[in-house]
Design a protein around this ligand. Sequence first.
Ligand SMILES: NC(=O)c1ccc[n+]([C@@H]2O[C@H](COP(=O)([O-])OP(=O)(O)OC[C@H]3O[C@@H](n4cnc5c(N)ncnc54)[C@H](O)[C@@H]3O)[C@@H](O)[C@H]2O)c1
Length: 347
Amino acid sequence: MIKLGIIGTGGMANSHAQNFASNPNVKIISACDVIDKKVKEFAKEYNIPKTFTDIDDMLADSELDAVSNVTPDALHSQVSLKVIESGKHILCEKPLATNYPDAKKMADAANAKGIINMVNFSYRNSSAIQKAHEILNAGKIGRIMHVEASYLQSWLSSKSWGDWKTETAWLWRLSKKHGSLGVLGDVGVHILDFTSFPAGKIKSVNCKLKTFHKAKNDKIGEYELDANDSAVIFVEFQNGAIGTIHTTRWATGYPNSLALRIFGDKGAIRIDLDKATDKLEMCRGKNIDKFQWETVECGKTPNIYERFINSILTGKNDQPDFNRGAEIQKILDACIESDETTSTVEV
Ligand SMILES: NC(=O)c1ccc[n+]([C@@H]2O[C@H](COP(=O)([O-])OP(=O)(O)OC[C@H]3O[C@@H](n4cnc5c(N)ncnc54)[C@H](O)[C@@H]3O)[C@@H](O)[C@H]2O)c1
């Protein structure tokens, strides 16, 4: 039985608690949040015996084996380094950090300590992306030439997830001072992982970031609304392919939509997670001249929470680990540099 603690008991912590609670190999024994009322309510909902408002107190518990770090982005590095130092296994939310040097430090510390470390690139939970990785690695669509990927959200134009003008869970995401890298760091990080996992390593980026005016003086309370809302990235892959990856919070009509198309010289694949997370479409062989797509059933894949626990049980660190988190963070840094210098930046 793995004894687990959750740090940061806001919105996303519910997903961690629900998934770990349903795993017969896990017992959630503690939760920690700086807001006492919040952590107590969370603990009550998920039947968690111990609550803390201080991370060090929680980590001092020798019973604890593993920790989920579900704090806001700006705290990932600081909190994770403490967890690693304490020798507990760690699942950290994305993005791994707010810059590459911090992410690399976390990956190096985790590797040196020999603990299991994973980053929650949760769209790896789709069996379609696992299958796409397998298909491309087996060379089934040949040499990859062209890639197109998007991650579209609309919480700036729609209130279906709440009101960003009044709720802190959205406001910190709009503010650089609060550690946000905007849409690029929030969900751009997912689509960069989602795309480069099957398509291969990214060699260079040319990125345009845009922050749209959306409140008086671009400020609400303590929150300066200066983090990017839209990102368009032209990418070149190490294998020679080129492509575009884009993401925005202004995609009216799309709540949370990931799509990927990869074209090779022997075929193509496409994934639309709005349609299915366990199916992809492929155009290959005789279908190429008929513009026909066959549906590939992708079965089931363990989710990251299951992979994390299995990694602890087997001692074999599954993907995506902190090294991968740091690799993606390096691409985020290159995107920011590219936007600032209006130039193509090698990753
Ligand atoms: N993988 C995914 O698909 C996915 C989806 C949503 C959010 N996230 C990530 O999860 C993280 C949390 O996002 P959220 O939406 O739950 O945010 P949130 O603001 O709802 O929750 C964060 C919680 O952390 C607490 N906190 C702040 N400082 C703390 C500290 N020093 N110690 C302990 N607790 C502290 C806050 O009080 C709050 O309750 C972010 O990094 C976000 O990017 C990932």
